[in-house]
Design a protein around this ligand. Structure first.
Ligand SMILES: Nc1ncnc2c1ncn2[C@@H]1O[C@H](COP(=O)(O)OP(=O)(O)OP(=O)(O)O)[C@@H](O)[C@H]1O
Length: 252
């Protein structure tokens, strides 16, 4: 998805981005929505953060604090903000939302191919489908899939682009825990094979603690960053006590 309306950041910020290989820099003063009757709703406050290339960042925060609005600004779907959002390079950006957003009249394979440019329509999807355990479902239609399987297809459609940035908005919500655990593992495996910079919103503090390199804790609306927590413990060593201790650092 192209990001229009991206405003370049200052040269000094660009220089520091180059030194630390930042994949995304967000420096916005805020986002207000005009409401009926002349009122305004201050959804997002000042946000200033960068994502290192190929890192995995989770945003957690209270309901309605402005997380999705922040993602929409990063995706270029909302351009009515003050400030700048800078993505070095011009590779594709992929997004996965709560609803898998598959076209019901297209098969699994057709839904995945839909995002590919003409020049890549002959690419093989075999490896990706095998990685996601979808190899036997390529001819299925979305109404034949469980929510968990539909979300796997949404992940396939995101990764097939080989995105420079992958934005995930609550991709595992409303799943039973074993299915959510399986999907988190698939996401991490796929990310190992096809590295990209991931920014994911989740309500689930334990999910953030098990997946992320860094967790940004947002305040209540208007969203601001309350805490930025870097997690050094390798993922495979994050047992229950480690996850509990990370969650306790997130605060209320
Ligand atoms: N287009 C809009 N017009 C007016 N208000 C909006 C609009 N979009 C979002 N809002 C309001 O902005 C605030 C932040 O919404 P947003 O969806 O970003 O929150 P969120 O943190 O993602 O919420 P949740 O955790 O419940 O998904 C909410 O009060 C929401 O009602």
């Amino acid at each position: 998805m192209p990001i229009d309306g991206v405003v370049p950041v200052s040269e000094s910020a660009m220089e520091s981005d180059l030194m630390t290989e930042q994949a995304l820099r967000v420096c916005v003063q805020g986002r207000r929505f005009a409401l009926a009757g002349g009122d305004t709703l201050h959804a997002v406050g000042a946000l200033d953060f960068s994502l290192p290339a190929n890192s995995f960042t989770c945003i957690v925060g209270p309901s309605g604090c402005g997380k999705t609005t922040t993602l929409r600004m990063i995706l270029g779907l909302d351009k009515q903000y003050d400030g700048s959002i800078h993505l070095p390079g011009n590779g594709p950006i992929a997004a996965v939302f709560q609803e898998p957003r598959l076209l019901p009249w297209r098969t699994v394979e057709q839904n995945i191919r839909l995002v590919l440019p003409e020049s890549r329509q002959n690419d093989s999807l075999d490896e990706l489908l095998v990685n996601l355990g979808l190899e036997d479902l390529r001819g299925f239609y979305p109404n034949q899939l469980s929510l968990g399987l539909a979300r796997r297809v949404a992940l396939a459609r995101a990764f097939v682009l080989r995105p420079q940035l992958l934005v995930l908005d609550e991709p595992f919500v409303s799943l039973d825990e074993p299915t959510a655990v399986r999907l988190r593992t698939l996401l991490l495996d796929l990310w190992q094979l096809r590295p990209t910079t991931i920014l994911m919103v989740t309500h689930n503090a334990e999910e953030a603690a098990s997946l992320a390199d860094r967790i940004l804790v947002f305040s209540k609306r208007p969203a601001q960053i309350l805490r930025s927590i870097d997690i050094d413990t390798p993922r495979q060593q994050r047992d229950r006590p480690v996850i509990d201790s990370i969650v306790s650092r997130l605060g209320d």
